[in-house]
Design a protein. Structure first.
Ligand code: AMP
Length: 283
């Protein structure tokens, strides 16, 4: 496994693999089993001949909250061990000043899918994601990239970016990896208090109950209300949103028989957790 901290080093390391399958997994570090599952999926897609590239870059441009950026866990040594164990070939670990020119002046904004859910709550977040992923795609020129469905809206927006900008890469969505108690793995979970860590699986439990209710014919409103109520009961928890939307457009369901997404974001203290579940009516 090779590591690159500059764009030049990255180019040199990748030159060996041009013409082969290059599969990329962008991350912000503090890697856990969710990231590892993406890396293993990338290794499978790349095969023995191809190349798996992961980036570990805590992208300041996508943070709408300075406190969240300042407290985001960073574990570079352990991250490299995870990458090695998952068969990564090249790890790109730039610093912000290597990634960005101080006077950068290009803004890249998706204007439809980004206006709802987390996009409505975190101004500038998805523009920062689009910018960094676009830059990473330009640097690496991957044939494929793997993203987790935990960040379902991010994946939908990146698919739109790739489509609308004709970026020659195939995106793959990976299933959410969870703790045994149902909590979706997240780099931010380590920041939960013991009480909030214990209560956090309520998110998953309430989403599962909501799916059952929706299948059985519950209205969109009562489906969302069930999740909202389950979370509001927990001391120190503030629900950011609970919304049921069309799984493709992320906007309100025009047709109740279409695949839907129930998405939730909630603050456990100052730690913002997100999760989601895909739903369909059985009618
Ligand atoms: P992050 O480091 O949070 O930017 O995440 C990097 C990638 O890992 C993104 O594509 C995430 O969707 C994905 N990811 C994060 N947590 C999970 C999880 N629990 N299961 C599956 N994928 C995940």
């Amino acid at each position: 496994m090779q590591t690159a901290s500059t764009k030049q080093e990255l180019r040199e390391q990748l030159s060996l693999y041009r013409g082969k399958r290059i599969v990329m997994v962008p991350t912000m570090g503090a890697l856990h089993e969710g990231h590892a599952s993406l890396l293993r999926q990338a290794r499978e897609l790349a095969g023995a001949e191809g190349c798996v590239v992961s980036s570990i870059f805590l992208n300041p441009v996508q943070f709408d909250n300075a406190g969240d950026l300042a407290t985001y866990p960073q574990t570079p040594e352990a991250d490299l061990a995870v990458c090695r164990a998952c068969g990564v070939d090249v790890v790109f670990m730039p610093t912000p000043d290597i990634m960005y020119c101080a006077d950068r002046s290009i803004h890249l904004e998706e204007t439809h899918l980004s206006t709802v859910l987390c996009g409505a709550k975190r101004p500038g977040h998805f523009a920062g994601v689009c910018l960094v992923v676009n830059k990473l795609f330009n640097l690496v020129q991957p044939t494929d990239a793997v993203f987790g469905k935990k960040d379902y809206q991010q994946l939908a927006i990146l698919r739109r970016m790739v489509r609308d900008l004709d970026i020659p890469v195939t995106l793959h969505g990976a299933e959410i990896v969870r703790e045994a108690d149902g909590l979706a793995l997240s780099s931010r979970n380590v920041r939960l208090t013991p009480e909030h860590r214990e209560a956090a699986p309520t998110i998953r439990r309430s989403l599962l109950a909501a799916r059952q209710a929706y299948r059985a014919g519950a209205s969109e409103e009562s489906t969302c209300a069930g999740v909202q109520q389950a979370l509001t009961h927990i001391p120190g928890v503030r629900v950011d949103y609970v919304e049921l939307v069309d799984a493709e457009t992320l906007h309100p369901l025009a047709d109740a028989t279409r695949p839907a997404l129930l998405a939730v974001a909630a603050y456990f203290g100052d730690v913002r957790l997100i999760d989601n579940i895909e739903l369909t009516r059985t009618v």
